[in-house]
Design a protein around this ligand. Structure first.
Ligand code: PLP
Length: 373
């Protein structure tokens, strides 16, 4: 399984926490003992999640997914929203509702934000009004390219713009501290770091707020109505705690990825490692084989026993050209042929060795798998 950026297996122990919390059936809003027990599970999870992102438990809001949390922040009645062209659809799609007040910012060939252009894009955005939101992902899900979020914040502070960072892919893979970064909003997702699917968290800088997408019983300080999903939240908290520990004791080694990529290029010199000169997540390789369709490669690799993704896996089984690689200006051929290999805590060196062997066989010119555009 080499698709950790799509979703991860549960970390050891998370299942037990999930099952135990399912038995705590109380409603966290109830004042009786059962309710207080459920509330204590949610509170503990807030502390655990806050520790992973560097904020305080009070400022964590649980949602049904990172997608929901990102939608909530983006749709919080800004005058304009600036999005990096390589953002996830969970940011790009709600930003489109701003129509002409949705401005975009370009990335370089290596996928890094064009910092020099940012002040003038913010200036243009301010023509729509003073409330400007800049969305900058901490790490890209397809390429693993890391953005200089602290530098973005510095520019935005000077220009009076707010900053949302999609930290879904970085959380658990590299240390992150929202307070040091200086962002206003940060979002993470449980299932990308060893927790269950269907639960995400938003961190909101103290003193700021957002416009809830779902209103009702005033849960989550009024930011997210609906009785909390206590079991998934508890499991998320435990997964976050495990992630903190493994970042301290066994951080992913980017040298392993570098060596893996070197060997891939050695056995198939025509392939291109996307974002190879940029700082990247230690677990992610995006590789394109010109002339080969990503979908064909993914199917061939699946038949050989390897789970990898083409472009973003989140798009309901749809394999289209990667908007991320297109935004990097790398052309249609590369954007149609890039696949993502993302490893995690269950990946062994043997898995990578076998992958290199299978890759060499799969992309060999004589195997007849041609890309039809
Ligand atoms: N942002 C990024 C960078 C992602 O990779 C994903 C998931 O693929 C999301 C947001 C959405 O997360 P969720 O599945 O929790 O809605």
């Amino acid at each position: 399984y080499l698709d950790y950026n799509a979703t991860t297996p549960l970390r050891p122990g998370v299942r037990d926490v999930l099952i135990d919390a399912l038995d705590q059936f109380g409603n966290p809003s109830s004042v009786h003992a059962e309710g207080r027990t459920a509330r204590s599970y949610v509170s503990k999870a807030k502390t655990q999640v806050a520790k992973l992102v560097g904020g305080s438990a009070n400022d964590i809001v649980f949602c049904s997914s990172a997608t929901e949390a990102l939608n909530m922040v983006v749709q919080s009645n800004w005058d304009s929203v600036i999005t990096l062209q390589t953002e996830h659809a969970a940011v790009l799609s709600p930003a489109k509702t701003y129509d002409t007040a949705n401005l975009s910012i370009e990335v370089t060939n290596d996928g890094i934000i064009d910092l020099e252009a940012l002040p003038s894009v913010i200036d243009t955005a301010r023509m729509f009004g003073p409330r400007v939101l800049v969305c900058v992902q901490a790490a890209n899900n397809e390429t693993g390219v890391l953005q200089p979020v602290a530098d973005v914040v510095e520019i935005c502070r000077a220009a009076g713009a707010s900053v949302l960072t999609d930290a879904v892919q970085v959380a658990g893979k590299l240390p992150i501290d929202v307070t040091t970064l200086g962002v206003d909003y940060a979002v993470i997702s449980a299932h990308k770091l060893g927790g269950p699917k269907g639960v995400g968290a938003l961190w909101v800088r103290p003193g700021l707020s957002a416009t809830p997408l779902i209103t009702g019983g005033g849960q989550e300080k009024g930011l997210r109505g609906g009785t909390e999903n206590v079991a998934s939240i508890a499991a998320f908290g435990f997964a976050a705690e495990c992630a903190v520990k493994s970042l301290e004791t066994e951080p992913a080694d980017s040298q392993v990825t570098k060596e893996f990529e070197r060997r891939l290029v050695e056995v198939s010199p025509d392939c291109v490692v996307i974002g190879r000169n940029a700082p990247r997540l230690p677990n992610t390789t995006s590789i394109a084989m010109p002339g080969r369709g990503a979908e064909t490669l993914v199917i061939a690799l699946d038949l050989a026993g390897f789970a990898v993704s083409a472009g973003a896996a989140c798009s309901s089984g749809k394999v289209s050209r990667s908007h991320v690689i297109e935004a990097m200006g790398l052309g249609e051929e590369l954007s149609a042929s890039a696949i993502r290999i993302s490893r995690g805590w269950e990946t062994t060196q043997d898995d990578l060795d076998r992958f290199v062997e299978i890759w060499a066989r799969t992309v060999k010119p004589s195997n007849g798998l041609r890309h039809v555009a």
